[in-house]
Design a protein around this ligand. Structure first.
Ligand code: NAD
Length: 454
């Protein structure tokens, strides 16, 4: 099929490249010429494992091309997949990019004679596609929905595993305005993806995405709430508590006496809070939307409150030990919101850097690939220094906080911390290190959800 993908960020590029690798003819459209030029030069503008190789492959085969000209793309394709950003701003979801993409597509539809399906892939609050997008398309094209198709196909990929997730989806949700829209979208995935297709209406598809993200975020915040209780009691390790909970066969079934260890269990872990481009903004958007509908959702709001506080709790615990953080050299290990991505959006590292700088600490932050993005937000200065070399970052530091569990960092031995640092104190924001090994090596270990007997 001929498909245009409007908005070529994390989701759009992965969608375009993966669909092209399955034989579709894809035109990736983005407003930013720099992104378009990179894609056409076979350079991925974002870091995702496996993406650049696949991109190069599909360009060489002639299955994908990038452009800034939306009109030509819509004219020459059967489907437009909208994957522009939907940030959270001014207390609610900001739909301006969706609106302008719909307007631009509608203007082209006015001149186009053949049937075209517009599919929203961006995460949008319920009623966006069947009201806002539909009205804009009808208004600009002068056609009625039905003359063009309308679908909502949420994306569930995880950054860092985006290609793998797109290629092996658990389910494909297709919200459709009518049968023809659904059938067209089904063909996009037909025969390529071995996953159940869930056929729903447009707003149900929108709600599935929010419910999934809010549930996963809530599991994280729940674990973090339990971690605070454990810390207050003392001599309880939240890690043992949650392991004791999740070995229940309702969470962790056994097949042939082997634990399945479902992915969901990995969200029941205490740490420095959730970040990224999705959970924080989506949970906030759902909360704001629900309030707009006249219901203040207590559980979703608590999920957010716990998450705001969590990174600062790590700093408080460090301050309890060091007394003051003023002029103390603190290493922040990891900037991206999780390993294998350069995405720092809402990463707990940003709150931690902000919190440390507010206490007049000297911060040295290390990350293999996310420094450029962080430097744009918090430019390097006298109190904030970036390095790609963890040894350089740890040298003479008075404490280190592990934020992103990059393999290279979780492999740092207790001896290395001890030798490099001035005052070997490690705050384990992900609970990945072995406390006893660190203490045996003379490193003071502070773990989320773990305090000595009180
Ligand atoms: P992004 O900010 O990385 O990319 C959006 C791109 O759209 C940008 O490159 C921008 O230049 C482009 N754009 C904006 N308006 C345009 C227009 N009118 N025409 C052409 N290009 C335009 O965003 P993202 O992270 O890829 O997220 C996109 C959507 O997918 C969001 O709604 C997000 O919530 C959702 N989503 C993201 C993820 C994720 O892991 N990032 C996962 C699932 C769903």
């Amino acid at each position: 099929m001929k498909i245009s993908v409007i908005g070529t960020g994390y989701v759009g590029l992965v969608t375009g490249v993966c669909l092209a690798s399955k034989g579709h003819q894809v035109i990736c459209i983005d407003k930013q010429a720099e992104i378009v030029n990179k894609i056409n030069s076979k350079i991925s503008p974002i870091y995702e494992p496996g993406l650049e190789e696949l991109l190069s492959n599909v360009i060489e085969k002639g299955n994908l091309v990038a452009a800034t000209d939306l009109k030509t793309a819509v004219m020459h394709t059967d489907i437009s997949i909208i994957s522009v950003g939907t940030p959270f701003g001014d207390g609610k979801i900001d739909l301006r990019y969706i609106e302008s993409a719909a307007q631009e597509i509608g203007n082209v539809l006015k001149e186009k004679n053949s049937y075209h399906v517009i599919c929203v892939k961006s995460t949008v609050i319920p009623k966006t596609t069947d009201t806002l997008v539909k009205n804009i398309l009808e208004g600009t094209s002068g056609k009625k929905a039905g003359e063009f198709g309308l679908a909502m196909n949420p994306e569930f990929l995880r950054e860092g595993k985006a290609v793998e997730d797109f290629m092996h989806p658990d389910r494909i949700v297709i919200g459709a305005y009518d049968e023809e829209s659904f059938e067209t979208m089904r063909k996009v995935y037909e025969g390529f993806f071995d996953a159940p297709i869930i056929k729903v209406n447009l707003r149900t598809a929108e709600m599935i995405k929010y419910t999934a993200n809010a549930l996963l975020a809530t599991l994280i915040s729940y674990s973090n709430e339990v971690s605070v209780i454990c810390e207050k009691v003392g001599n309880i390790d939240v890690k043992e508590v949650l392991e004791g909970v999740t070995l229940d066969k309702r969470f962790n079934p056994r097949v042939n006496n082997q634990l399945i260890n479902p992915g969901m269990v990995s969200y029941l872990r205490a740490g420095c809070g959730f970040g990224g481009s999705c959970f924080p903004k989506d949970v906030q958007a759902l909360s704001a939307f629900s309030q707009e509908m006249g219901y203040s959702p207590p559980m979703i709001q608590a999920t957010l409150e716990i998450n705001y506080a969590q990174p600062y709790r790590l700093i408080e615990r460090l301050q309890e030990i060091l007394g003051t953080l003023e002029n103390k050299k603190i290493t922040v290990l990891g900037l991206s919101f999780k390993p294998e991505t350069d995405d720092i959006r809402e990463s707990p590292s940003l709150a931690i850097i902000k919190g440390l700088l507010a206490k007049n600490a000297k911060v040295i932050a290390v990350d293999p690939i996310a420094i450029d993005n962080t430097n744009k937000k918090f430019p390097q200065n006298d109190s904030l220094y970036y390095s790609v070399d963890y040894k350089n970052a740890l040298k003479d530091a008075e404490a280190a906080i592990l934020v992103t569990p990059w393999q290279d960092y979780i492999k740092i031995s207790p001896q290395e911390f001890k030798e490099l640092m001035k005052e070997p104190i490690l705050v384990d924001g992900r609970r990945v290190f072995d406390k006893s090994a660190f203490e045996a090596a003379g490193v003071r270990y502070i773990g989320v959800g773990l305090t000595k007997n009180l």
